[in-house]
Design a binder for this molecule. Structure first.
Ligand code: ZZB
Length: 261
């Protein structure tokens, strides 16, 4: 799997995170949350970024004294063998935090219409074993994100978040013949998905959204408006990479199995 790893720069830490990070990042150093995405063309519509509240994350030094990535241990290790970390096979960990420690942190999300930044929010279905364990949220086009957003808004107190961190307008980014320009909302409603825990139905909705979006979708927002998603995807990706706001990250699936077998 070739992902686009996006760099969401920390603007303001949540209280718990601030205490744990204090003194560990040098002056002039920036920390980035790094979600792995297969949909760079949807980045305009980011409304928040998810972490698993019970997952343990690290902050790793990626550019000496300058760039620090908030990701899973597993992702840091993989990155160390993809020339993303400063030296081959090495991934210096400067801090360890729980997902719940960083909920409420404000980050800058590249390309997002939320120019003042988006919040780090909890998502129980984030897998520690996939991508970087950090997931950027595009509720207009990702059924999982849309279902989670509804739940966060409905039970903001239970999740210990401010309702307005999750309750943001959906941005139409991609027009499709079958589902209109808010694919995730359309699918979640028409399939009567009531909770982010409806894993089976959400997986089905995700599959439908991917196919319709990729093969029939047309951009209706941003610089590539009018182009097909198939054309726009690599263009947006390259633009982010050229701006230093993203990098390629590959998931080495199957490697471990074949080595031990
Ligand atoms: C933004 C985005 C916008 C995504 C969209 C999807 C969609 P896949 O297909 O199963 O490989 N993701 C990444 N890492 C994790 C994780 N650790 N746990 C849970 N979800 C994760 O899934 C790749 C997508 O799953 C990624 O792309 C990411 O969400 C999420 F409009 O990033 B995506 C129809 C999907 N639309």
């Amino acid at each position: 799997q070739e992902y686009t790893a996006l760099k969401l720069r920390v603007k303001e830490w949540a209280e718990t995170a601030k205490t744990k990070v204090e003194g560990l990042i040098p002056d002039g150093g920036e920390v980035y949350f790094v979600p792995a995405t297969l949909r760079p063309e949807t980045m305009y519509g980011q409304t928040c970024c998810f972490v698993g509240p019970n997952i343990t994350y690290g902050i790793y030094e990626a550019v000496k004294g300058k760039e620090y990535y908030f990701i899973s241990d597993r992702a840091a290790r993989n990155m160390a063998y993809q020339s993303i970390m400063p030296s081959w096979g090495v991934y210096p960990k400067v801090a360890e935090l729980l997902g719940s420690d960083v909920v409420g942190t404000l980050v800058h999300a590249p390309l997002s219409v939320q120019k003042d930044g988006v919040r780090i929010l909890p998502m129980d279905s984030v897998k520690a074993s996939k991508g970087t364990g950090v997931v950027t949220s595009v509720p207009s086009d990702s059924p999982d994100d849309y279902a989670t957003m509804l739940d966060l808004v409905k039970k903001a107190d239970y999740y210990k978040i401010k309702k307005e961190w999750a309750d943001l307008p959906l941005l139409p980014i991609i027009e499709t013949p079958a589902y209109g320009n808010l694919t995730a909302k359309f699918l979640v409603e028409s399939m009567k998905i009531n909770s982010p825990k409806d894993a089976k139905q959400l997986a089905e909705a995700k599959d439908l959204a991917y196919k319709e979006g990729f093969y029939k979708g047309k951009m209706c927002y941003g610089e590539f408006t009018g182009k097909s998603v198939e054309e726009a995807k690599p263009l947006v990706r390259q633009q982010l990479i050229d701006a230093g706001e993203a990098f390629a990250y590959a998931e080495p699936d199957g490697l471990v199995v074949s080595r031990s077998g």
